[in-house]
Write a protein that binds this ligand. Structure first.
Ligand code: HEC
Length: 125
């Protein structure tokens, strides 16, 4: 006799429902707070900028692609995955300011300080 046969039909339905919810939950990961991510003030500012300007095209906590490549661990690698450019502050600043072939630049909409804050956040990914 299996486990599911030994419990009441109502409980059986609940068990199945819970299993479905648990499986569905895997993909919808809860958004972590700045504190949970251990972000300092500058990094938290950078995260807001990221959410406003970058998140629609780049996953911050996954290497999965959206419109552009995922940026998880972007500074932890020596070279950027797509272009092969060195993954450093200078190149990233240029990319954010001037864009890439299929990405607009943000030099007109962000101050230098905002770009610095954004990079501080990208360093935490
Ligand atoms: C409208 C979509 C879009 C937005 C918004 C966007 N990007 Fe991009 N990004 C792309 C695409 C597409 C590419 C790759 C295309 C290419 O190289 O021409 C790219 C490339 C990049 C690269 C280079 C990746 C590599 O491996 O060479 C970086 C870094 C980057 N984006 C960071 C950012 C940051 C930071 C922001 C926010 C300020 C941002 N992007 C906003 C679409 C976007």
């Amino acid at each position: 006799m299996t486990f599911l046969n030994r419990i009441s039909p109502y409980l059986r339905v609940s068990v199945v429902m819970l299993a479905i919810l648990a499986l569905a939950g895997c993909d919808a990961e809860r958004r972590k707070s700045d504190a949970e991510l251990g972000l300092n003030l500058q990094q938290a500012e950078g995260r807001k900028i990221y959410d406003n300007y970058c998140d629609k095209c780049h996953e911050p906590y996954s290497s999965r692609g959206k419109k552009g490549p995922g940026l998880k661990g972007v500074f932890k690698q020596q070279y950027l995955s797509l272009s092969g450019l060195p993954a450093n502050d200078d190149r990233l600043t240029e990319i954010v300011k001037f864009g890439r072939a299929k990405m607009e630049g943000f030099g007109q909409v962000m101050t230098d300080q905002q770009i610095k804050d954004l990079l501080a956040y990208l360093h935490t990914l």
